[in-house]
Design a protein around this ligand. Structure first.
Ligand SMILES: *[C@@H]1O[C@H](CO)[C@@H](O)[C@H](O)[C@H]1NC(C)=O
Length: 178
């Protein structure tokens, strides 16, 4: 088979597995007062959208750091802000300051899952394909096999789509402490 059709099949397989895992529940669903990482990600959208940048990392009356305070570097925060702009367009309640705490709904879950998939599509998957295609002195078969192994690596899929985080694109050791 053509190299590019094999790569396409590899990517599609990676996407199908990711999307299938995302149909499951996520940790912390329906569990007040803190919920889980899903709520942390949503809360960061709320904070970054509604507060001035200089307040993002500081405890104020509008930003209780004990409730999922933003503890990731600014690139993550800007990503949250980007997602927040899209969330605002779809449903402002998703990121309303204070009142959106613990917000859960099917459309919102779909939105959150989609943000992970889009991030993977734009950043992670192209990086993996590029990396594998650039492997030196390796047959096409081995390159495709490497891409398949990396894209189907269960660890990242379960954390990103099951547990709910974005380690595929924001790789940090902290992710592995849970
Ligand atoms: C942070 O701010 C919240 C209110 O948003 C307050 O309840 C909490 O006590 C503050 N925490 C600290 C450590 O100052």
């Amino acid at each position: 088979m053509e190299k590019w059709s094999l790569i396409t099949i590899t990517v599609l397989l990676g996407l199908i597995v990711r999307w299938s895992v995302s149909f499951g529940s996520y940790s912390g669903a329906g569990k007040p007062p803190m919920y889980g990482d899903y709520e942390a990600q949503r809360h960061w959208q709320e904070v970054t959208y509604n507060l001035p940048i200089k307040e993002w990392y500081f405890n104020t009356s509008d930003n209780n750091l004990q409730y999922w305070g933003l503890d990731y570097p600014p690139l993550t925060a800007y990503h949250s802000l980007l997602c927040a702009y899209v969330a605002k367009l779809i449903n402002p309640n998703w990121i309303a300051l204070h009142t959106s705490r613990g917000y859960e709904s099917q459309p919102h879950k779909l939105f959150m899952r989609a943000t992970v998939l889009i991030a993977d599509l734009l950043v992670y998957i192209p990086a993996v394909i590029l990396y594998c295609c650039c492997l030196k002195e390796t047959s096409t078969k081995k390159k495709i096999a490497s891409a398949l192994c990396i894209l189907l690596y269960p660890g990242l899929i379960l954390i990103d789509y099951g547990h709910f985080q974005y380690p595929s694109i924001f790789f940090k050791t902290k992710e592995f402490q849970f």
